[in-house]
Design a protein around this ligand. Structure first.
Ligand code: OMP
Length: 231
């Protein structure tokens, strides 16, 4: 039987060393026993594969009418979103016959030459923009970028696609950060895999010597973390 997208993506995360176990302080201040590092996709093959995963998820969402097919541009927030937007736009064109632009923001406004905040396909009123980002914990990154997009033009954000939804509660509610963002902004937030799918898939995997990939301690610490912070 063909493996699910989430299962294949978990294999890719592990092969690329993008999924780490240990002690990590998150942007939100939470101490997590696992961390997903999109910076690990650091060569042509890995970033092309990552773009293909995003494109596959987007294509599935189009089939399910969750997002429209006539996306004008894929937007990735600087810095880590930049290779995501570019590789996703390439993969949508190469593998899914969709011609889309890519756009990303600058961290500082450029005041000479072509100027402005944006690079790539310019944002104009009425354009359908699909956001891509790496990981969502509390939704801080996306909240920062939406006003920047809206200041540029009256674009329609048609969705946000992530590598990983960490499925964590927001600080002040039991709602997941993903659900809170969906409610606040009114567009769908999708992830290639969520953290529970990743742990379920990894739990079935074995090391070369036949022993389980995830040892008991890692599983227990992850479960305890999700018990406390999981939505
Ligand atoms: P929020 O912006 O609060 O949703 O946190 C997500 C961001 O934190 C990501 O865009 C990353 O910059 C970083 N992060 C990871 O890259 N991987 C993780 O597993 C967790 C985080 C994090 O700090 O929460």
């Amino acid at each position: 039987m063909a493996e699910t997208l989430a299962h294949r993506f978990t294999e890719f995360l592990l092969e690329s060393n993008a999924l780490k176990f240990g002690d990590f302080t998150l942007k939100s201040g939470r101490q997590s026993p696992y961390f997903i590092n999109a910076g690990a996709f650091d060569n042509g093959k890995k970033i092309a594969t990552l773009g293909a995963f995003y494109a596959e998820k987007i294509s599935q969402a189009i089939v399910h009418n969750t997002i429209p097919r006539d996306i004008d541009t894929v937007f990735g927030p600087a810095y880590k979103g930049i290779p995501l937007a570019v590789s996703t736009a390439i993969a949508l064109t190469a593998g899914h016959n969709m011609t889309v632009g890519y756009t990303f923001d600058r961290k500082e406004k450029k005041d000479h030459g072509d100027g402005g905040w944006m690079v790539g396909t310019p944002l104009t009123d009425g354009m359908k923009v699909l956001l891509v980002d790496d990981v969502m914990t509390a939704g801080t990154a996306v909240r920062e970028v939406i006003p920047k997009l809206k200041a540029e033009a009256d674009v329609e954000v048609v969705g946000l696609v992530l590598s990983v939804d960490r499925m964590e509660k927001t600080k002040d509610s039991d709602l997941s950060a993903v659900k809170a963002v969906e409610q606040e902004f009114g567009f769908p937030v999708l992830a290639i895999a969520n953290v529970r799918e990743i742990f379920d898939a990894a739990a079935k995997m074995k090391k070369a010597d036949g022993t389980p990939l995830l040892d008991h301690d890692i599983k227990q610490r992850a479960e305890a973390y999700l018990e406390q912070y999981g939505a």
